[in-house]
Design a protein around this ligand. Structure first.
Ligand code: PLP
Length: 341
């Protein structure tokens, strides 16, 4: 079913999104060079950095919006271009078409992590990708009650290769987990439509809020990659990031004050979640990596669920009301203390 949704020939379901990424990376010989988007999911950066330290892979983390830089970075041993779009957490949408053209010229496999939007809004294989991975934990299963992943291949041959790699590595999915993902997919379209409708209303409120400095959502015409997004996506999903004014006290207040948005790292479930990328989902990146891709301490990410939207807006508005708080700083955020590592 997932292969069909992604316009691929074959898919293998695995135990998690990280299991999907592990399975794909196992395809490459030792010493291969991987070019990866610099603002990828923290776990992807952690695994690639580990393989690099161990001498298994060479890795270049690059801003993939700069196609010329990508072309310049290709080496004789480059085997994989790892794209995550929209990026997490700043939701930059990369135009994969020029990247696919570069990869074709050099016989490089194009792998796209499509977790952030699901095939409902984006089908990378239709734009020339060879491989798609998912954390089905997110939109595909949609209820935050299962951890799963999938690798989808454009061709049967590649699909057979991943199937046998998943078997060899033991990354395969349990049958009950697979059933939960299948059940979730049955409501994918209705969920995705409601997530997006709610997200658009939440974005409007955040944009106008005096305690919010900036909002990141590909559906916003002010978003840096809005034009590309409208060309290659059919919708913009339910993840929004925003910067809060008022420093660490303000950020910590928002994270602790929401009552409907639960503080948790995941995304894509029917329930709304809020998290702090710098100390949670992206804590495994080095500080320099985080700085390079704009993950500063004032950044908060939310995954907008399908609850009654007026309640979601009221929840965020009360969390963003700093009138009773002392020590709110006027300008920049400072280091956040505590938080999950
Ligand atoms: N890829 C992306 C884009 C993610 O956001 C995540 C998790 O947040 C993963 C992969 C890893 O998925 P899992 O938690 O199922 O291992």
């Amino acid at each position: 079913m997932i292969a069909e949704l992604e316009s691929g020939e074959r898919s293998v379901c695995v135990a998690s999104g990280m299991a999907a990424i592990t399975t794909v990376l196992a395809h490459f010989d030792a010493g291969s060079h991987v070019i990866c988007t610099h603002d990828c999911y923290g776990g992807t950066a952690r695994l690639l950095s580990l393989y690099q330290q161990q001498g298994k892979l060479e890795v270049s983390f690059l801003d993939l919006a700069n196609a010329d830089a990508v072309a310049d970075a290709v080496r004789p041993n480059t085997r994989c271009l790892w794209i995550e779009t929209p990026s997490n957490p700043l939701l930059a949408v990369v135009d994969i078409r020029p990247l696919v053209a570069i990869a074709r010229r050099h016989n490089v496999l194009v792998c796209v992590d499509n977790t952030l939007l699901s095939p409902f809004h984006f089908q990378p294989i239709q734009f020339g990708a060879d491989v798609v991975v998912h954390s089905t934990t997110k939109w595909l299963a949609g209820h935050s009650d299962v951890i799963g992943g999938a690798v989808i291949a454009k061709t049967q041959d590649l699909g057979t290769r991943f199937y046998s790699l998943a078997n060899a590595l033991g990354t395969t999915s349990g049958s009950f987990d697979s059933w939960l993902v299948l059940r979730g997919i049955k409501t994918l379209p209705v969920r995705m439509q409601q997530h997006e409708e709610n997200a658009r209303r939440v974005v409007n409120v955040l944009e106008q809020h005096t305690n919010v400095q900036s909002v990141y959502y590909p559906g916003l015409s002010s978003h840096a990659s809005h034009n590309v997004a409208t060309q290659i996506l059919s919708g913009f999903g339910g993840v929004i990031s925003f910067r809060v004014r008022g420093g660490a006290t303000a950020v910590n207040h928002v994270l602790g004050a929401t009552q409907i948005f639960s503080l948790a790292e995941s995304l894509g479930g029917v329930e709304s979640l809020i998290e702090h990328p710098a100390t949670m989902s992206h804590a495994s990146m080095t500080e320099e990596q985080r700085r390079n891709c704009g993950i500063t301490n004032d950044l908060i990410r939310i995954s907008v669920g399908i609850e009654y939207c007026d309640d979601l807006i009221a929840d965020l508005e009360q969390a963003l009301d700093f009138s009773a708080i002392k020590n709110i700083e006027k300008n920049e955020a400072v280091a956040i203390l505590g938080g999950a590592q």
